[in-house]
Unconditional design. Structure first.
Length: 183
């Protein structure tokens, strides 16, 4: 039996393509992988593998389909559209394309918040050390992130918004402020 779309996607997944979160979400003070980055990374691969990536709107649902010309097989992902205002719908379509591609290509994307945002559950700040946002350097990915450290089971830590890992706080100092401190 010849290769089909699922074989090709499995082969693609085995390459473990890493994507960097380069776009800012100011509302959640986080980063995400934008649609443009996904397309710039994957469209050349699709071209080489004879895979067509298309987005259709059918009955208020955005359908993203990956079609393999070699085997005639396809896979798709659906995203329900709800906006009625054309500008809001345009934004929703872009969002839906990104999410559909994340699903189809098994791209690791956002912080896994255990569905707290979707459930309208807010995190209690009772165990935060200062209750304030502070800049720290993540010890796992070396990114400078703005977080609120909290007391973990054994030590003070924070969850990095860049790599999703937990790290001990390593404050980022403003060197001008440090010059006034006595050592």
């Amino acid at each position: 039996m010849g290769w089909n779309i699922r074989n090709k996607l499995f082969s693609l997944q085995a390459k473990h393509i890493k994507m960097k979160k380069t776009a800012d979400n100011p509302f959640f003070k986080s980063k995400y992988i934008p649609l443009e980055a996904i397309l710039e990374t994957y469209l050349p691969i699709f071209d080489k593998e004879n895979i067509l990536c298309m987005h259709l709107i059918q009955g208020g649902v955005l359908v993203t389909e990956l079609y393999d010309f070699d085997s005639g097989t396809s896979v798709n992902s659906n995203f329900q559209l709800n906006a009625t205002d054309p500008q809001k719908q345009g934004s929703e379509i872009t969002y839906g394309k990104r999410y559909n591609l994340w699903c189809l290509l098994n791209i690791q994307t956002d912080v896994d918040d255990d569905a707290n945002i979707a459930s309208n559950i807010t995190k209690s700040t009772s165990n935060t050390v200062s209750g304030k946002w502070e800049k720290h350097t993540c010890q796992k990915c070396d990114e400078i992130v703005t977080v609120t450290p909290f007391k973990g089971k054994y030590w003070m830590c924070f969850k990095c918004t860049s790599c999703n890992g937990f790290s001990k706080p390593a404050p980022v100092y403003d060197w001008e402020d440090l010059s006034e401190m006595a050592f």
